[in-house]
Write a protein that binds this ligand. Structure first.
Ligand SMILES: [Zn+2]
Ligand SMILES: [Zn+2]
Length: 307
């Protein structure tokens, strides 16, 4: 499970930072990639990476501001020419369906793969046997969502040597024990799965928030997250500006990470007013409040190790 930053800037594209798009690479887990937002030229950014558009399985749009959205129709259209055959699901606020269908129909674009568009509300928006995704509303003037991606715990590994020592012969009985069934052997010996299966592997939690002011819902979405990706459009001294423009400061992001008990925070949505050195100052500000903070950069990849 890796995070790859395709665009980490705020508002308009800049040379150092393109507008927002974040890839959650789930190649080992499910052979696919989930995208969060698709600002203009996201597909151009992808060209500089090893990401294969045909692997994109889900696209979560946080809100309908152009710097998070204008790259979506082009990305969807090009995927048809890049070997994309599997279904893509786009999740986003009300209006996302019109935006996509009108863009594609006016430009007479026909996709070679099935496209599902889900206009979301708060709460559970996706669940399968591996992941649960929850959405919550933030505070940004227009509906802006945060997404909490929870990986389900994996069952512990079977302690094969211990089973052999206990006289259990390999076969379907191993599967039963792994699935938590208590098994009685032919000699009457009872095998309790608790003694022969290791501890479950805890799933990871990734929280990716759309643009927002400091808000309570951000804390709830980020609770105990292994990684929180939070915007930091303004420096710590610009709280008034941040409030007026519905954005956050470095300290806001760090306070959310601290209150939510996150393991790691990564700042993104960095304004082009901040050059490389100024961005490092933003990072230092956040670290005053929450030590384990990093700052996103275009093309930076970080892995979220298993627990
Ligand atoms: Zn934005
Ligand atoms: Zn916005």
């Amino acid at each position: 499970m890796n995070i790859f930053y395709l665009g980490t800037g705020a508002g308009i594209p800049a040379k150092l930072r393109n507008v927002t798009s974040i890839a959650l690479k789930l190649l080992e887990e499910r052979g696919t990639i989930w995208l969060f937002d698709a600002g203009e030229a996201t597909q151009h950014q992808i060209l500089h990476t090893s990401i294969k558009p045909r692997r994109i399985e889900k696209i979560f749009i946080t809100h309908l501001h152009g710097d998070h959205l204008y790259g979506l129709p082009g990305l969807l259209a090009s995927r048809s020419f890049q070997g994309g055959e599997s279904e893509v699901t786009v999740y986003g606020p009300a209006g996302i369906k019109d935006y996509i269908t009108i863009s594609l129909s006016v430009s007479q674009t026909y996709l070679t793969y099935p496209l599902k568009i889900v206009e979301i509300e708060e709460g559970l928006i996706f669940e399968d046997d591996q992941f649960v995704v929850e959405a919550g509303l933030l505070s940004h003037g227009i509906p802006s969502y945060g997404y909490r991606v929870v990986e389900k715990d994996k069952p512990g590994t079977l302690l094969v040597e211990k089973l052999l020592e206990a006289g259990v012969q390999p076969g379907p009985v191993f599967g039963k024990i792994k699935n938590g069934e208590t098994v009685t052997l032919e000699d009457g010996k009872v095998i309790n799965p608790i003694d022969f299966v290791g501890p479950p592997q805890k799933g990871r939690i990734i929280t990716i928030l759309g643009d927002t002011r400091y808000c309570e819902n951000a804390i709830r979405l980020a609770e105990n997250a292994d990684l929180l990706i939070h915007e930091a459009t303004f420096s710590k001294g610009e709280g008034k500006l941040a409030y007026d423009y519905f954005h956050s400061t470095t300290h806001h992001a760090a306070e959310i990470a601290s209150l939510a008990g996150c393991k790691q925070l990564c700042l993104t949505h960095i304004s082009s007013r901040y050059d490389r050195n100024a961005a490092l100052e933003l990072l230092a500000e956040a670290q005053e409040v929450f030590t384990n903070t990093d700052i996103a950069e275009d093309f930076k990849e970080i892995s979220i190790p298993s627990k």
